[in-house]
Design a protein around this ligand. Structure first.
Ligand SMILES: NC(=O)c1ccc[n+]([C@@H]2O[C@H](COP(=O)([O-])OP(=O)(O)OC[C@H]3O[C@@H](n4cnc5c(N)ncnc54)[C@H](OP(=O)(O)O)[C@@H]3O)[C@@H](O)[C@H]2O)c1
Length: 282
C-alpha cells in the first residue's frame, strides 16, 4: 500500500489530498500530513480524515511518495530536518514554485553517484475545485511507472501536462498566474454589464459562466479558438463590434505581453532564490 506523506498542509496540499481521496485513488490511511499549527492539522483531520502530525520527521519516515508542500523559503529548514529519515528510493514530489529539480537533488543528497528520484509539479489554484492544470516534469531517476503514477494522482484534481523543466517559467505564467487574468476579465465583463443595467451579482454569475462555457465548448469540440470566435461573429453584428473594439485596444497583445512579463519575473525570482511575499510565488 503506497504511503503518501505531505510536508505542509495548506491550500494546495489540501486541494491535492481532496482530489486523491475524492476519486478513491487513495484512502485516508495512506496519507499523513505535517503542519506546525494545530488549527491546520485539525482542519485536515476533519476535512480529509487523514492522520496529521507536527513532526515532519514522523510524517516523512517510511513514505513511498513525499510531497513537499511548504513555501519555497522553508525548504532548507525542512530538508535539514527530514533528509536522514528518507529512504533512498522515496519518490520526492515538489510543488514549490521556482525551485528546480537540481536544487531539490542538492537539498536531499544520497550516496555519491546515485540520483534521488525527483518530480516537480506546478499546480494552480483551480485545483481547489478539482479543475486545476498541473505541469509535471522529473529527473532521470524516476521510472515511467512512477511518473505515470504521479500523473494519475494529479489527474484527481484536474488535468496534467508533462513538459520539460525549461518550460516551467512559461507554465508559471500561463496556468499559475493565468487565473488572475481570467478573474480580471470576469470582473471587467461584469462591470461592462452593470454599466448596461444588469444587477451586479447576476452580471458576475453570467460572466463567469460565459467563460466556463466557452472554455468547455473549445475543449469538447477540439476546434481552434479563432473558428469558435468566427462562429459567434455575424457580419455587421454585435460581436463584430465587440471584437473590433478589443483589437483596437490591443486586448490580445496585452495578454501576450502580460504572460511574457510574468515568465520573465519567474526567471528573476528564481535567480534571486526568492518568491513573492504574498501568495504562492507565481
Ligand atoms: N497556491 C498556488 O496557487 C500554488 C500553485 C503552485 C505551486 N504552489 C506552491 O505550493 C506551495 C504551498 O503553497 P500554498 O498556497 O498551499 O501555501 P499555504 O497555504 O501557506 O501552505 C503552506 C503550508 O506549509 C506549512 N508549514 C509552514 N512551515 C512549515 C514547516 N516548518 N514544516 C512543515 N510545514 C510547514 C503551513 O502550516 P501552517 O498552516 O500550520 O502554518 C501550511 O500548511 C508553495 O511552495 C507554492 O510555491 C502554490
Amino acid at each position: 500500500m503506497t504511503k503518501v506523506s505531505f510536508i505542509g498542509c495548506g491550500n494546495m496540499a489540501s486541494a491535492m489530498i481532496g482530489g486523491m481521496l475524492g476519486s478513491g485513488r487513495l484512502s485516508p490511511d495512506q496519507i499523513v500530513a505535517s503542519a506546525p499549527s494545530e488549527e491546520t492539522r485539525e482542519r485536515a483531520q476533519q476535512i480529509h480524515g487523514i492522520r496529521t502530525t507536527a513532526d515532519n520527521r514522523e510524517a516523512a519516515a517510511g513514505a513511498d511518495i513525499l510531497v513537499l508542500a511548504v513555501k519555497p523559503q522553508i525548504l532548507p529548514v525542512v530538508a535539514e530536518e527530514i533528509r536522514d529519515v528518507l529512504s533512498e528510493d522515496v519518490l520526492l514530489v515538489s510543488i514549490l514554485a521556482g525551485v528546480s529539480i537540481a536544487q531539490l537533488e542538492a537539498s536531499f543528497p544520497i550516496e555519491p553517484g546515485a540520483l534521488r528520484k525527483v518530480i516537480r509539479l506546478m499546480p494552480n489554484t483551480p485545483a481547489l475545485v478539482g479543475a486545476g492544470v498541473t505541469g509535471i516534469c522529473s529527473n532521470m531517476a524516476v521510472t515511467q511507472d512512477e511518473f505515470s503514477l504521479v500523473c494519475d494522482l494529479c489527474g484527481t484534481f484536474g488535468q496534467t501536462e508533462a513538459l520539460p523543466e525549461r518550460l516551467f517559467d512559461a507554465v508559471t505564467a500561463l496556468s499559475g498566474s493565468g487565473p488572475a487574468a481570467v478573474f480580471m476579465m470576469i470582473e471587467a465583463m461584469a462591470e461592462g454589464a452593470v454599466s448596461l443595467g444588469l444587477p451586479r451579482q447576476q452580471a458576475v454569475r453570467m460572466a463567469a459562466q460565459t467563460l466556463l462555457g466557452s472554455a468547455r465548448l473549445l475543449q469538447e469540440t477540439g476546434r481552434h479558438p479563432a473558428a469558435l470566435k468566427d462562429m459567434v461573429t455575424s457580419p455587421a453584428g454585435t460581436t463584430a463590434e465587440l471584437t473590433r473594439v478589443l483589437e483596437e485596444r490591443s486586448f490580445r497583445s496585452a495578454l501576450i505581453d502580460g504572460l511574457r512579463a510574468a515568465a520573465e519575473r519567474s526567471v528573476q525570482l528564481r535567480g534571486n532564490g526568492q518568491e513573492e511575499k504574498n501568495g504562492s510565488g507565481q
